[in-house]
Write a protein that binds this ligand. Structure first.
Ligand SMILES: *[C@@H]1O[C@H](CO)[C@@H](O)[C@H](O)[C@H]1NC(C)=O
Ligand SMILES: *[C@@H]1O[C@H](CO)[C@@H](O)[C@H](O)[C@H]1NC(C)=O
Length: 557
C-alpha cells in the first residue's frame, strides 16, 4: 500500500437530505466483488476483516469550503424526533452497529449521535450496538466550552471550562486504543461537533432553555488563524435580486453589519475545523503505529452542508440549495483509487450498504441506498450503472444561527430532486405552499433563475435535452412522486416503478415522445397544507401510475 494522504482520495457525496454529484457519467464499477460461490466477501485483506473508522463532522458544507450548524429550538417546537423517535420506531435493536456486531465487529462511537439524545433520556433505554461508547449529550452538545459526555452505561459528566474538541479527541483516542487492543475487526464512529454553531442554553430550566446561538469557538491555539478569510463572493452571495421561493424570496438584502458578522462566523468555522483536522491526524498516527492502517477504511464526511450569505440568507442549513445539501466525502482504504474524484451520485443512505460491502455482509433487502463504488474499473470487473438522482426532503422550519439574527421561518417543508446525467444537471422542488423551483445548473450553477412556468425566468423557448421545459418537468415530477414515498429497491431504481418493462433507466430515456400521454396522466406532487413533520395526509398523491404497454394513455381516465 503506497502512502496515501487522506485528501488524495475525494468522493463527493450528499447527505440524507442531500446530493453528491458529478455531471459526467455515473458508470463506476463496484469496489468489492460478489463471489459466485461464497456470496459477498471482501477482497484482498487476508483473513481478518477490515476495520472501519467513520468520522462525521456536523453540518460541514462543501460549497463554501467548510461549514456547519444545528438548532436546539427544534427540541421545543417539535415534540418528536431524534433519539426518542429512533427508539420508538424500534431501530435501537436493528441498526448498523448491531448488524456489525452480529458480523463479528467490535463497535465504538464518540461525539454526537442524535438530536434529543439528552442527559435525561440517555438511559431509557441506552443506545444499543456499541462495544464502547462516549456520547455527547443535549443540552450540552453544542456548548463548545462546557460539553457533556456519557461513557458506556455510566452517568453523564459535564466538562465546564474544557473545549469540546479537546475532550472529543481524548475520547476518540481512548476508544481507538481499545479497538486496536481488542484484536477484532472494528468500526469506530467519531462525530465532533465542529464546525456547528456554538449553542448555550439555560440548563437550570429544561422547559425554557432559551438557546443562544453564536459562531463556533475554536481552540485557543487556532483563534488567530485566517484573519482575512471571508465567504467567497460568488454571484449568489447576497445578490441584488432575490432568489428562491416562499420565505426565501422575501429576504431583504443583507446589510454591511450582517455581512461582516457572517464573514466572522465563516472564519470561526474554519478555525474550529482545525481541531477536527488535528483529531484526524491523531487517529492516523494511532492506526499507523498499530500496523492496522493498511487494513482500515477511513471515511470523512459531514451530516449536511451550510449556507452563509448565499441567496441573501444568514447562517443556516435547512434549504435545498447546493450549499446545504452537498458535503465532502473522502474515503481512504485498501484498493481505493488514489487521487480519484468520483462523479458517482451518492447520499448518506448509501453509507450503510457501503460499509456492509466492505465488511463482507450481504446487503439488506430494506436498504434504500446502494454501495458506493470505491474502486476504479479493474480489468475484468463488471461495471454497474448507478442511478442519477438524489431525493431531498425537509419538514418544519428554517432557522438563522447568528448572534445578530436568529429568525425562524415557518412552512419550510418541501420535496426536491437533484438529478445529474450526461447532458443535464437539474434541481426540482415542490414546496408545501405548492410553489415550485426548477434550476438548470448547467446554465445556472448558482441557482438564481427559477425556470418553472409562472416565475420570472421561465421562458417558453428554454429547452433541456432539446425538449420543452414543461415536458421535462412532467418527468421530474413523476420521478419525485415515486421517490418521496419510496422504500427499499424502489429508491434505488425509481424509473422501474414508472416503467416496469425496464426500458427506462434515466431522465433521458423517459423523454421519448411515446411516453408523453402517460406522463400527462400522472398525478402531480402537491401538498394539502404545510405541516411540521411527516404527516402523510398533508402530502397529496402518494402512488405513481406504472406504464403499461397497450393502454391508450391519451384516452385513459
Ligand atoms: C480540562 O480542563 C482542566 C482545567 O483547565 C485541565 O486540567 C484538563 O487537562 C482539561 N482536560 C482536557 C482533556 O483537556
Ligand atoms: C404557512 O402555510 C399555511 C398553509 O399551509 C398558511 O396558512 C400560513 O399562512 C403559512 N404561514 C407562513 C408564516 O407563511
Amino acid at each position: 500500500m503506497p502512502t496515501v494522504r487522506l485528501k488524495d482520495i475525494l468522493l463527493y457525496v450528499g447527505v440524507a437530505t442531500a446530493i453528491s454529484w458529478g455531471g459526467g457519467d455515473a458508470n463506476f464499477p463496484d469496489p468489492l466483488v460478489q463471489s459466485p460461490n461464497s456470496g459477498w466477501h471482501s477482497e484482498g485483506f487476508g483473513s481478518r476483516k477490515p476495520n472501519i473508522v467513520f468520522i462525521i463532522t456536523d453540518d460541514q458544507d462543501i460549497e463554501m469550503s467548510s461549514l456547519d450548524y444545528m438548532p436546539f429550538v427544534k427540541e421545543h417546537l417539535l415534540d418528536k424526533g431524534g433519539y426518542p423517535k429512533f427508539v420508538s420506531q424500534g431501530f435501537n435493536e436493528n441498526w448498523l452497529p448491531v448488524w456489525l456486531q452480529q458480523a463479528g465487529y467490535n463497535t465504538y462511537y464518540t461525539g454526537k449521535l442524535f438530536n434529543f439524545h439528552t442527559v435525561r433520556n440517555y438511559n431509557s433505554p441506552h443506545v444499543k450496538g456499541f462495544t464502547g461508547s462516549d456520547f455527547l449529550l443535549d443540552p450540552f452538545t453544542y456548548n463548545y466550552l462546557s460539553p457533556a459526555f456519557q461513557r458506556d452505561h455510566n452517568p453523564p459528566v459535564i466538562y465546564p471550562g474544557n473545549h469540546t474538541m479537546d475532550i472529543t479527541a481524548d475520547k476518540a483516542y481512548a476508544l481507538l486504543d481499545d479497538a486496536l487492543a481488542s484484536g477484532n475487526p472494528f468500526f469506530i464512529g467519531v462525530a465532533p461537533v465542529a464546525p456547528h454553531s456554538n449553542v448555550e442554553v439555560d440548563t437550570a430550566n429544561p422547559d425554557r432553555p432559551n438557546p443562544r446561538f453564536s459562531a463556533p469557538i475554536p481552540l485557543n491555539r487556532h483563534s488567530h488563524l485566517f484573519p482575512t478569510a471571508r465567504v467567497p463572493r460568488t454571484p449568489h452571495f447576497n445578490p441584488e435580486k432575490p432568489s428562491g421561493v416562499s420565505w426565501i424570496a422575501q429576504r431583504p438584502r443583507l446589510n454591511k453589519k450582517l455581512v461582516d458578522h457572517n464573514d466572522h462566523h465563516y472564519r470561526q468555522r474554519l478555525r474550529a475545523l482545525q481541531g477536527v483536522d488535528e483529531l484526524v491526524d491523531g487517529l492516523f498516527k494511532r492506526l499507523r503505529a498499530s500496523g492496522q492502517l493498511d487494513n482500515t477504511y477511513v471515511f470523512y464526511t459531514s451530516d449536511n452542508g451550510f449556507h452563509i450569505g448565499q441567496h441573501r440568507l444568514n447562517p443556516g442549513k435547512e434549504c435545498g440549495f447546493e450549499e446545504d445539501i452537498r458535503v465532502p466525502l473522502i474515503v481512504r482504504g485498501p484498493g481505493v483509487a488514489v487521487r480519484d474524484v468520483s462523479k458517482a451520485i451518492t447520499t448518506h443512505i448509501d453509507l450503510a450498504p457501503t460499509i456492509f460491502k466492505i465488511a463482507g455482509i450481504p446487503p439488506r433487502e430494506d436498504f434504500d441506498g446502494l454501495a458506493i463504488p470505491l474502486r476504479k474499473a479493474a480489468a475484468g470487473s463488471s461495471s454497474s450503472k448507478r442511478h442519477e438522482h438524489v431525493n431531498v426532503e425537509y419538514w418544519g422550519f428554517a432557522l438563522e444561527e447568528s448572534k445578530l439574527s436568529s429568525e425562524v421561518f415557518l412552512n419550510n417543508t418541501y420535496k426536491s430532486l437533484r438529478i445529474i446525467g450526461p447532458n443535464y444537471n437539474l434541481y426540482y422542488s415542490v414546496w408545501c405552499n405548492n410553489e415550485h423551483q426548477l434550476y438548470d445548473l448547467t446554465t445556472d450553477p448558482y441557482q438564481l433563475r427559477n425556470l418553472y412556468p409562472g416565475y420570472r425566468d421561465y421562458s417558453k423557448t428554454h429547452k433541456i435535452l432539446e425538449v420543452p421545459l414543461v415536458t421535462v418537468i412532467g418527468r421530474l415530477d413523476s420521478l419525485l412522486l415515486v421517490l418521496k414515498s419510496c422504500k427499499g429497491s424502489v429508491c434505488v431504481k425509481p424509473w422501474a416503478k414508472l416503467h416496469p418493462d425496464g426500458d427506462v433507466d434515466s431522465l433521458l430515456d423517459s423523454l421519448k415522445p411515446r411516453f408523453d400521454a402517460f406522463y400527462d396522466r400522472q398525478q402531480s406532487v402537491q401538498f394539502d397544507r404545510c405541516e411540521m413533520g411527516y404527516i402523510l395526509d398533508a402530502e397529496g398523491p402518494q402512488e405513481a401510475l406504472s406504464y403499461t404497454r397497450g393502454i391508450h394513455w391519451s384516452h385513459w381516465v
